[in-house]
Design a binder for this molecule. Structure first.
Ligand code: ZN
Length: 303
């Protein structure tokens, strides 16, 4: 057993989530840290915020790995008077490196959406948007999954509420709660840019986060329109069926959809550590960093 250098630990992480596969606008990789420093304790978390950095200090971590970048654009200051600057100061003063795996972890095999599917006991069939650079067709954005046996939209929402870490939001649903779900697309994080791909995949439901009013509203209305056309052609006359979108939307808290990746990533690093004979402890933060921390249900609202 020996304690790896930061450069060795980072090389292992880069092999899991190649930085070159990140989106062009993204900022992945090592934010701070000395390649020669020793790493004996690693903490995984979704957000590089002060609470998480304080947790890393308390834990005695040498490396913090987060999904979200600290800086997405260039900056001219890391003064501790700004919240990001304070994060940088705390990290450096405590000899803690920060490393980010964002869209490269989304696209990886296994990636963020595999972890989400795993948390919900869904069988992954293929990526929702396959990476054209992957001849095996396993990498890419989102995942298309099967449910065997099928469950209703309501049951799937209840399962997500139960299995994902608890947040004030819980799960919001658009669509018929009693409709059966045999296939579902999942995408950790903000998923409303994937609506066209979800529609093309022909799934029964889409589970993601951060769905906004207009894209969601238009998506549901377009689906209802398409269903009405199909039903008219097939001479179906049941008005209720004809106007419901066959595809349901399930919206969870952004943080909750990405948190399962931390556990997956920690298990992957643990396995690598065992293989190399590293003396490394790997931890996952359970601190809820979803910014929405309370919820007042409307009296009389459907649940
Ligand atoms: Zn995210």
């Amino acid at each position: 057993m020996f304690v790896p250098r930061l450069s060795e630990a980072i090389a292992a992480l880069d092999a899991l989530w190649p930085p070159g596969s990140a989106e062009a606008w993204d900022a992945v990789g090592t934010v701070c840290g000395d390649p020669d420093q020793e790493v004996s304790r690693v903490l995984f978390a979704v957000d590089p915020v002060q609470e998480i950095v304080d947790e890393a200090v308390k834990l005695g971590a040498d490396l913090l790995v987060t999904h979200h970048p600290l800086y997405l654009r260039g900056t001219t200051t890391v003064a501790a008077s700004t919240f990001k600057g304070r994060v940088v100061h705390t990290l450096i003063k405590n000899d803690i490196a920060l490393h980010v795996a964002h869209t490269n972890a989304d696209r990886a095999d296994p990636g963020v959406s595999d972890a989400l599917a795993g948390a919900l006991d869904l069988r992954v069939v293929r990526p929702l948007v396959p990476d054209p650079a992957d001849p095996e067709g396993r990498r890419g954005l989102g995942r298309v999954c099967e449910l065997d046996p099928p469950v209703t939209v309501r049951e799937l929402a209840e399962r997500a509420a139960e299995r994902l870490p608890a947040t004030a939001q819980g799960i919001r649903v658009a669509g018929d709660p009693e409709a059966l779900v045999r296939t579902v697309a999942v995408s950790g994080g903000s998923g409303d840019s994937l609506f066209a791909d979800v529609r093309a995949a022909g799934v029964d439901a889409f589970l993601t986060a951060d769905l906004r009013h207009h894209p969601a509203s238009e998506f549901m209305a377009n689906g209802a329109q398409a269903t009405r056309a199909t039903h008219t052609q097939a001479a179906h006359t049941q008005a209720t069926q004809a106007t419901l979108n066959p595809l349901a939307l399930l919206d969870a808290a952004h943080w909750a959809t990405e948190w399962p990746w931390c556990e997956l990533a920690a298990a992957q690093l643990d396995e690598i550590s065992d293989r190399h004979g590293w003396d490394l402890r790997v931890h996952v933060s359970k601190t809820v960093t979803d910014p929405w921390n309370s919820h007042a249900p409307s009296p009389g609202a459907p649940n």
